[in-house]
Ligand binder design. Structure first.
Ligand code: ATP
Length: 216
């Protein structure tokens, strides 16, 4: 049986301004819960733009993007982002950054910190919880951003080149953490050049000049 639908793109086109060339052209594919989808293709082919369309940051100029909530009673899925610039709050510690999402949702400080600590463990950063986030390396910041996404318990996790700044062992930890989110039932979409990410994904979309081909 197919996994449940999270986001469906139907014949989607997008350009960044009137009169500019389309950067996404007739994209049609599904993103499903409990599945890792990898968008891969050369630099500038439109992968980040597709993530922005999936995550509702921009609206298509043609075609349709449909969002399907994971839980009854919700109007749309909840998204978490892992972007190339980690976008952490510089004045907070590692654990405070990761706890922000659960804290905003539940209001429970103890529960949110427990959740944050287990996400920090999942990305291999135990021991760094109380460090100011500005006092960790760039690759560690990337892992903090992934922990933050895991702790937020989002329905759809969107990651743009999450292993780009990491060495092989840190990248392996990140891939394991992404695998945990998939196991927990999230729809995960990763834009990446990394062959290991492609291997992890069970749905692969090749992006070339804004056109998408579902590879399997
Ligand atoms: N804000 C913007 N305004 C105008 N054009 C843009 C904007 N953002 C991206 N583009 C253009 O859209 C095209 C697709 O860019 P996008 O960032 O989606 O590609 P990508 O495949 O993610 O690239 P990379 O792998 O280098 O991150 C590129 O030609 C890029 O120059």
């Amino acid at each position: 049986m197919d996994a449940e639908l999270a986001v469906a793109l139907e014949d989607v086109g997008f350009e960044y301004g009137r009169g500019l060339d389309a950067v996404v052209d007739r994209a049609t594919f599904d993103v499903r819960y409990g599945v890792a989808t990898c968008l891969y293709g050369p630099s500038g082919s439109g992968k980040s733009t597709l993530l922005a369309l999936i995550g509702r940051l921009v609206q298509p100029t043609r075609g349709r993007v449909g969002w399907h909530p994971r839980h009854a009673g919700e109007s749309a899925p909840r998204f978490a982002w892992v972007t190339q610039a980690a976008n952490l709050v510089p004045s907070l510690t590692v654990v405070e950054n990761v706890a922000l999402g659960p804290l905003a949702r539940s209001g429970s400080v103890a529960g949110s910190y427990a959740r944050a600590e287990s996400a920090i463990a999942a990305v291999g950063l135990l021991g760094l919880e109380r460090r100011p986030v500005t006092a960790v390396s760039g690759g560690q910041m990337q892992r903090v951003a992934i922990a933050r996404a895991l702790a937020s318990d989002a329905d759809v996790l969107l990651a743009d080149e999450p292993t780009a700044n990491l060495d092989a062992s840190a990248a392996a930890v990140v891939l394991e953490a992404i695998g945990l989110a998939v196991e927990a039932g999230a729809a995960v979409v990763v834009a990446s050049h990394d062959a290991a990410v492609l291997e992890l994904a069970s749905s692969r979309i090749e992006v070339r000049g804004g056109s998408c081909r579902v590879v399997g």
